[in-house]
Design a protein around this ligand. Structure first.
Ligand code: GLA
Ligand code: GLA
Length: 692
């Protein structure tokens, strides 16, 4: 049984009070009962940088954090120069005291390794560790992330400080987890990176002849005699095979980079401490599914830069992050109001900070941490949203955050050990996204937007969508939608075909099945290796500068940006929609086809359809798979998220709109916390409901 947060805080306070003074603690930590067993189900907290403030201030900060309802602080992520002021000289005394003070206030502690911010002594003495940009310019001290991701020396320094931290705090009862680095990261073009790139390619292809074959280098006399001739490039007019492999390379290097720190942390840490790295939304820098294999948990930083949330799109961000490990995740950072890094840093409206916290939880976050507690007196981010003002007292959004904390504590026992559920999965493929971005063919064919165009109507209707990698186990899903599975490997083809043969419904969107994973054209027409199963193929694709009419069983609407004509080959292929394009190539040609395969089905949609047509498509697909919403007939401004556990089900309702809406709850449903009164959810209102 989980105790309430308050009870827990009191208990921890007592435990902490019984501890010897901070400096004497190290040996005792190992033997002492840990707080892991009674960890609150939902972490709520903030990034706190005690190294920026006089110690005399810390107690005031911690008291205010308790007032905010926080039970978690994240420390040390940029504090390298405070922990290792000179090469090999470590000073953890201040951090010992900060952790002890936090623990005494009932806080769980997440420690960040500081490798996003190398100290000046390091880069001055070892300039080879500095990052070099694609134009050959070496970075300088004073910002962050100015290290080379491939530098062996940098890895050693980063691993050493991580190991020192893990030795010291790896058994600390209040330290619940580790965050490696911070928002990795820009690649580097230094000589070590170039050498690593060539080594990577050699390992991937085995020999230069194979690379030449897969990249088809007879084209433009690109033929390579050996790996040393291959340039390290990410942009410009290069072979699409090279450009896609650049992304495979950055994925491999960043994964190694994170693994190096994870390994030393795990060598010293209690296995109950998690290891994570906080990532950025839709970051295209590396394959996030692949990288997350080396950490225990996903975590990410959710910002609404313009202060105008699009709740469905932001829900997709969360679902993507959940999909990295197909498990609950932590929201490691989010804005208390505004950011400071876009042209107009508008603040979220009143109640929206609370709304965004609950949205994260609805999509599977077990933690909501704000960035940051208080703005530093100086530094690049003095304008960013924070919980305190420059005078160290609460800003207006503080009370809203505190209320959110109370509600999270009320709902935590219900939400403990629950996960978001969904019968529909969407496949997101980094390879496909990159390959399309490398050769968009239509400037507006943004693969993320294309993904969202299908996610949106599915999420609104199904009230739950999982986002998974193309090689995920699809067994649990009745419907699988792949908006643009442009790059398709043979292994993925086999899994998808097995899914269909096993009774699932696979839906492919435009540009699917065109390339292999070296970004080369499949010798079959689209959908390439899945064309046989579909019993149809794409005859031709067209970039559109004006919409084209589409008619059929989904109703009448339009395709824009992209249209493919589909030619049925097998007799049992059913045409679902056709183009109307008098005098044009598309006229009368199939725009969408479907085919029954045993108990399953495969569907191909060749055009980027408009939103109202996609709404009908989504309804048909969900009805066909017998997928029902959690709560039928709710207004489209209401977000419904279901989390379910062994013997309990919780629904989180959020009214993202500016008008109140009535909600009909099923029999036996009871509100646990929130604003639902008389069956009405006010504008920006939230309610957590227990379903029987
Ligand atoms: C130019 C070049 C060709 C080819 C075409 C494509 O004409 O000479 O090699 O690139 O453009 O339109
Ligand atoms: C990122 C970083 C933080 C901070 C915030 C500001 O998420 O991880 O250190 O810079 O942005 O929005």
């Amino acid at each position: 049984m989980r105790r309430s947060l308050t009870a827990l805080a009191i208990a921890l306070g007592l435990v902490a009070a019984a501890m010897p003074p901070a400096q004497a603690q190290t040996p005792g930590w190992h033997a002492r009962a840990t707080q892991f067993a009674n960890r609150p189900a939902l972490a709520f907290g903030v990034a706190w940088y005690p190294e920026q403030w006089p110690e005399a201030r810390w107690q005031t900060d911690l008291q205010l954090m308790q007032r905010a309802g926080f039970n978690t602080v994240r420390l040390a992520e940029f504090a390298w120069s405070a922990m290792e002021p000179e090469e090999g000289r470590f000073d953890f005394s201040w951090l010992d005291r900060a952790i002890a003070a936090a623990a005494q206030s009932g806080m769980m502690v997440v420690l960040g390794t500081p490798s996003a911010a190398p100290p000046a002594w390091l880069t001055q003495k070892y300039p080879d560790t500095l990052r070099v940009d694609e134009d050959g310019k070496r970075a300088a001290h004073g910002g962050r992330r100015h290290f080379s991701f491939a530098s062996a020396r940098y890895r050693q320094f980063a691993a050493r400080i991580a190991a020192e931290m893990a030795k010291r705090y790896g058994k600390h009862p209040s330290v619940v987890g580790w965050q490696i680095d911070n928002e990795i990261g820009p690649p580097s073009w230094d000589p070590e990176s170039v050498a690593a790139w060539r080594g990577f390619l050699e390992k991937r292809y085995g020999n230069i002849a194979e690379l030449n074959r897969r990249w088809a280098t007879q084209y433009w006399s690109q033929h390579y005699n050996n790996f040393d001739q291959i340039p390290l490039r990410a942009t410009g007019q290069h072979n699409p095979g090279l450009l896609l492999d650049f992304k495979h390379f950055t994925t491999a290097i960043w994964t190694d980079y994170v693994r190096a720190q994870a390994t030393v942390i795990r060598a010293h840490a209690d296995p109950r401490q998690f290891v994570t790295t906080n990532t950025m939304f839709w970051n295209a820098g590396f394959d996030h599914f692949a990288l997350h294999r080396v950490v225990d948990m996903a975590s990410w930083d959710n910002y609404i830069p313009n202060g105008r949330p699009d709740w469905v799109a932001n829900g997709a961000n969360h679902d993507l992050v959940r999909g990295y490990k197909q498990r609950n995740f932590w929201l490691m950072e989010t804005q208390p109001g505004r950011v400071d890094w876009v042209p107009v840093n508008r603040a979220l409206d009143p109640e929206q900070v609370r709304e965004m916290a609950w949205q994260a939880v609805g999509h599977g976050a077990d933690a909501v941490l704000y960035w940051q507690w208080r703005p530093a007196r100086n530094g690049q981010e003095t304008y960013h949203g924070a919980l305190l003002g420059s005078d160290g007292t609460p800003v207006p959004v503080f009370d809203e955050v505190a209320r959110t904390g109370k509600e999270l504590a009320q709902a935590a026992p219900l939400l403990a050990d629950t996960q978001p559920v969904a019968d529909v999965a969407m496949l997101f493929s980094y390879d496909s996204r990159w390959a399309i971005d490398i050769q968009r063919h239509h400037k507006d064919f943004d693969p993320v937007q294309q993904f969202l165009s299908l996610y949106r109507p599915l999420r609104i209707r199904a009230q739950g969508v999982h986002v998974v990698a193309p090689d995920a186990d699809l067994g649990g899903y009745r419907l699988v939608v792949a908006p643009s599975l442009h790059v398709l490997t043979e292994a993925q083809t086999d899994r998808l075909a097995a899914y269909v043969r096993g009774g699932g419904h696979l839906v492919l969107g435009p540009r699917s099945g065109m390339k292999d994973d070296a970004n080369a054209l499949w010798p079959e027409r689209q959908p390439g290796p899945l064309a046989d199963l579909l019993g149809a193929e794409v005859e031709q694709y067209y970039a559109l500068d004006a919409p084209v009419e589409v008619q059929g069983s989904y109703g009448t609407g339009r395709a824009s940006i992209w249209a493919e004509t589909i030619r049925p080959v097998a007799k049992d292929v059913e045409v679902l929609a056709r183009y109307t394009d008098p005098g044009g190539w598309l006229d009368g040609k199939a725009a969408a086809v479907t085919r029954r395969v045993g108990e399953g089905r495969i569907t191909y949609i060749g055009g980027w359809l408009d939103d109202s047509l996609l709404a009908t498509v989504a309804t048909r697909l969900l009805d066909g798979a017998d997928i029902r919403p959690v709560l039928p007939d709710v207004h489209p401004d209401i977000e419904v998220s279901l989390r379910s556990g062994a013997s309990k089900r919780a629904v989180i309702l959020i009214n993202h709109g500016a008008e109140p809406h009535s909600i009909a709850l099923p029999a036996g449903a009871s509100p646990v916390t929130g604003d639902l009164t008389g069956g009405t959810l006010p504008a920006h209102g939230v309610a957590v409901i227990e379903l029987r």
